[in-house]
Design a protein around this ligand. Structure first.
Ligand SMILES: Nc1nc2c(ncn2[C@@H]2O[C@H](COP(=O)(O)OP(=O)(O)OP(=O)(O)O)[C@@H](O)[C@H]2O)c(=O)[nH]1
Ligand SMILES: [Mg+2]
Length: 279
């Protein structure tokens, strides 16, 4: 199943983030007001689109962290958290005020995060405002998305595009294993391969027990370290062929051997008290 997508709405105060948020989640959850700086916390809502659940996150008006600001620093921290969590960021600006230096600063900040960003120009309620869009290309984006949060113009095109961007990222992620450096942890049963594996990937990824032969399938996981991508594999313990009794163990060993065949690096794990044996 496709994972839940998170879209964060980010932009300077008063551009209409909360209005868009309410419109997308079809609830009046966020407070909308003509006063800038209304929203402070992160607000979460959900929408269904194209069979996927999308979490929409409304944020308070964002100013780049080094701006001298009337906005509470906590609001900015909330925004930053929302940005980190997001798969796609909808960066909102406002056609009525036109492009401001703060918009430019925010865009610079967002670019550094390397997240996909869609640049939406809000309050394009009619034909008249369409004429005022060109200045927003100064943000250095390929495309500007004119929307009207109040009237709903253009908002689902925006969500469609966000989904396309996420799918592209997902496909990229799926392809990683072929480019990744493949590392298999190999060794006799019970030497601690899974414990090491979990430690390396920083997660309880493999079941660990003191029963020899706990791992049956070859468990793999992607690990990013030092700008490199690794596909780490935990394998079933290997024993001499003559000692393999059960079909299950034979299957496990087969998979472990297959993993070894396709790895770039095989880490042979030994148990110190025992030293090298002739397995
Ligand atoms: N004309 C027009 N006004 C809009 C539109 N969207 C929002 N507004 C108005 O813009 C003002 C600010 O809207 P909000 O949704 O509160 O903006 P915000 O970005 O959440 O603002 P903060 O939470 O203060 O950062 C309100 O008066 C809205 O009615 C729109 O599409 N067209
Ligand atoms: Mg708001």
């Amino acid at each position: 199943m496709a994972k839940k997508i998170t879209i964060a709405l980010v932009g300077r105060p008063n551009v209409g983030k909360s209005s868009l948020f309410n419109r997308l989640i079809k609830k009046r959850k966020a407070i909308v007001d003509a006063t800038p700086g209304v929203t402070r916390d992160r607000l979460y809502g959900e929408m269904e689109w194209e069979g996927r659940t999308i979490a929409i996150v409304d944020t308070g008006g964002f100013l780049p962290p080094d701006e001298a600001t009337p906005i509470l620093p906590q609001v900015i921290i909330q925004c930053q958290k929302a940005i980190v969590e997001a798969d796609v960021i909808i960066f909102m600006t406002d056609v009525r005020t036109g492009l401001t230096p703060i918009d430019v600063e925010i865009m610079k900040y967002l670019r550094k995060t390397q997240k996909p960003v869609l640049c939406a120009v809000n309050k394009v309620d009619g034909e008249k405002q369409l004429q005022d869009l060109s200045e927003f290309y100064a943000l250095g984006v390929e495309k500007i998305w004119p929307i009207s949060a109040i009237h709903g113009h253009g908002i689902y095109e925006l969500i469609d595009e966000a989904l396309t961007l996420v799918s592209a990222e997902e496909t990229k992620e799926e392809k990683i294993p072929s480019m990744a450096i493949k590392v298999a942890l190999v060794g006799r049963p019970n030497v601690g391969k899974s414990s090491l594996f979990n430690r390396l990937v920083g997660d309880e990824r493999s079941v660990v027990s003191d029963i020899p032969g706990t791992t049956r399938d070859t468990i793999d996981t992607i690990l990013k370290y030092d700008d490199k991508t690794y596909l780490f594999m935990d394998t079933a313990g290997l024993r001499r062929k003559t000692r393999i009794k059960t079909r299950l163990e034979r299957y496990s060993v087969k998979r472990a051997l297959r993993a070894i065949k396709h790895t770039d690096i095989t880490l042979l794990l030994l148990e110190a008290p025992e030293g090298i044996t002739d397995q």
